[in-house]
Design a protein around this ligand. Structure first.
Ligand code: KG4
Ligand code: ZN
Length: 338
């Protein structure tokens, strides 16, 4: 079964075609990163206008890469939220129109569920229960994945997502947008022990996260520096990155032990972070857990292949006739659908 996936929840406009939720036949992404480098962060209106311009060409490109036409497509899957309302509506309305014109079932996909399925792409098996850390600019969740369509949210951020903290600290350090990759590469030249930043929420007794205090700690450390040379900047980046990663890993370990999982999955934009990958790999080796990362870095950040994959598994559970185009609506709730 071949599904066309459409994703436009933030600053990327993407279309992909995947077969049986695993084999990626095309995965096309048009990013508005150049526009947002000029504004130093995401401006929802600019992101939405850009999506409106790029969505049809990117869908056409997916068909041409896969060398397929509409008759080969069994269904369309579209991200219906959460994310930026304007950008999402571009994807949703385009998908609704195309589903109507070509008489295809239309499957709405929750963005975070999409990220979870990024780890199924081009893979054979998932061993349940698995623990998934979905961490990006807009979300920071710990999810217990009990079966293909059975998810439980066991931890979440109480304020900023880790990616958002990366982006904001990068801005304080005058680094380009998006901040995560910029901080990660600067951190390679820095000393992670140079600044003592807090590891928030370790005594909270739950599996939640918080990154706003850490961001403020960086702001204070910066204010104390009279001459911020390149070395100090790299030390700040490395020390901040280490604090974020330690905070993520602390709760990941607690949750994995509590739920007796065999696999740990990283998903979402921040999962592309090498240091996070290394430290999680070490944690997994010590505890006999299997670590799964998206098989390609492009499946970590926002993409439509993951939406096509999620759409496939959702579709398997619910027969085609129940997919009514008029029921597909914008959904800005973070809660995972059951
Ligand atoms: O999943 P994603 O593409 O979009 C959202 O759903 O938010 O994630 C984007 C986020 C941004 O905050 C970006 O700074 C962060 O992921 N990111 C990284 C890295 N690559 C992307 N953060 C840390 N290290 C990276 N290598
Ligand atoms: Zn995302």
């Amino acid at each position: 079964m071949k599904i066309l996936g459409i994703e436009s929840s933030c600053d990327e406009t993407a279309a992909a075609i995947a077969e049986n939720g695993k084999t990626v036949l095309a995965n096309e992404i048009a990013s508005s990163v150049v526009l947002h480098q000029k504004t130093g962060g995401i401006v929802p209106e600019i992101a939405a206008r850009d999506a409106a311009e790029k969505i049809l060409p990117i869908i056409e490109r997916a068909f041409s890469t896969a060398n397929l036409s509409w008759k080969d497509i069994d269904a369309i899957a579209v991200t219906n939220g959460p994310g930026l309302a304007g950008s999402l509506l571009v994807g949703i309305e385009t998908a609704r129109t195309l589903a109507f014109l070509h008489t295809k079932p239309l499957i709405p996909v929750h963005h975070i569920i999409g990220h979870i399925y990024a780890n199924v792409l081009e893979r054979e098996e998932v061993i349940f229960p698995a623990l998934v850390l979905t961490v990006s600019g807009g979300h920071n969740n710990l999810i217990l994945w009990r079966d293909f369509l059975d998810f439980a949210l066991v931890g979440e951020t109480r304020d900023d997502a880790a990616g958002e903290a990366f982006d904001k600290v990068a801005k304080m350090l005058d680094l380009p947008f998006p901040g995560g990759p910029a901080i990660a590469s600067l951190a390679l030249q820095g000393d992670a022990k140079a600044y003592k930043f807090p590891r928030p929420m370790q005594q909270s007794g739950d599996l939640d996260f918080s990154f706003s205090g850490l961001k403020t700690a960086v702001l204070y450390a910066l204010a104390k520096e009279k001459h911020l040379n390149e070395k100090k900047k790299a030390d700040l980046a490395a020390s901040f990155q280490e604090a974020v990663i330690d905070s993520l890993i602390f709760k990941l370990k607690q949750a994995a032990m509590r739920f007796g999982v065999r696999e740990i999955h990283l998903a979402g934009g921040v999962s592309a972070n090498r240091r996070l990958q290394e430290k999680t790999a070490l944690l997994c080796r010590k505890n006999g857990w299997q670590l799964l990362l998206p098989v390609k870095p492009i499946y970590s950040t926002d993409n439509a292949a993951m939406i096509a994959a999620a759409g496939y598994f959702i579709y398997q559970k619910t027969p085609a006739r129940e997919w009514d185009i008029s029921k597909v609506r914008l959904n800005l709730q973070q809660e995972l659908p059951q």
